[in-house]
Design a binder for this molecule. Sequence first.
Ligand code: ARG
Length: 461
Amino acid sequence: MAKLASGRVNAKSSELLDLFNASLPFDKKLYKEDIQGSIAHAAMLFAQGILNEKEYQSIESGLKKIEAEIQEGDFDFVIEDEDIHMAIEKKLTEMIGESGKKLHTARSRNDQVALDFRLYVQKNTQVLKDLLIALEQELLTVASYHTETMLPGMTHLQHAQPINFAYHLLAYVSMFKRDIERFESSYERNNISPIGCAALAGTPHHTDRFFIAEKLGFKEPSVNCLDTVSDRDFALEILFNIATLMTHISRLAEELVLWSSSEFGFVSLSDAYSTSSSIMPQKKNPDVPELLRGKTGRVYGNLIALFTVLKGLPLAYNKDMQEDKEGVFDSVETAKISLEILREAVKTMTVNVERMEEACKVGHLSATDLADYLVQKAGMAFRDAYKITGATVIAAEKSGVDLSEMPLEELKAADSRIEEDVLTFLNLRNSMNARNSYGGTATASTIGQLEYYIGWIKGLS
Ligand code: ARG
């Protein structure tokens, strides 16, 4: 069959042009959205008296048949059809004849692609949100076992102050909560129907854009058609949201890599989510978190690529915009599998409580507590207390003990105002539990945070 739309251009297009021009190899992924949009469009044309009932019914059943064929892998995609919109419309016309040719009344591929792509983005925004919720639930479960498990909290990757493992995990819960909220607000903002804008200027047909918007589950139709057919902000938003999400994932992934090393030994990843070396039989490699870290690069690339495509485009649709889809598909698939596998890795890892607690005895984690003690006990200025503490730490290093285990006599030698009660302050668990300010790491405070996030999750679903 001849090309469906060969209006102005007569010569048979070259194979090279077809290959270069076509989006079909990748936009066939949008077949469900395309059919959903076409059925809604046909229903509107029927409601407005532009199609009669028979025409509408044959369009609807033809489209459903095509959907089933594509799903079963029985649909013959040919590159000359250029894109999924043309491929489906051509097939429909072959199947049902004249009525098929009426489907494209009052629309253009410009609003059609804007619709299909937006439906895809909206649907996957929900999917990613649900996967994020599942990850949050897993993190909360692991956290609930570890509100008393101490590990060295770090700054600059140096031991700083003792914190508990639940508190550490809740920092990620907090990041992913923002991600969920970003997906939610993007969904709301972009819940606007582009269909019916036609090529750029609207249509002379008596259409009802409100009818079709409602039928497709959108809040309302867009207000300005010229903007609508060239707006890809919804695509930029999902790319940005995924880029931010992957930034968070890559940070947790990096910690898993560190924690599962022999140097840290804080966690061991399940064998099911680790790989072995092809030459060194003793090795267990953290490929999963490493790949999570690595895949972050491509989703950043996808965001920058689309920004670059859209920059400086004159109104309205330009073919450049066909380059909008592959990066989004890639980022969405990358984020989906990353969220799933990260959840499994977290769920199946073993937390080595003893190693974490042992590590707290390295690096004088209660040094700040000694300074605070001197301030509180002796009314010393913090800077003076800081100096004395520094000297005490040097003394501890010399005798090869951690400050938390320094004999009382040696502590007293550092400053005459130090008394026996200092030992309570230098005790690591007391040091952690002393940080009971709102949002702090004390076990009591952490439990409060845990309850906060559990309540928030419950409120979502
Ligand atoms: N395949 C095109 C795309 O993905 C669909 C829109 C084409 N519109 C046009 N006027 N050529 O952007």
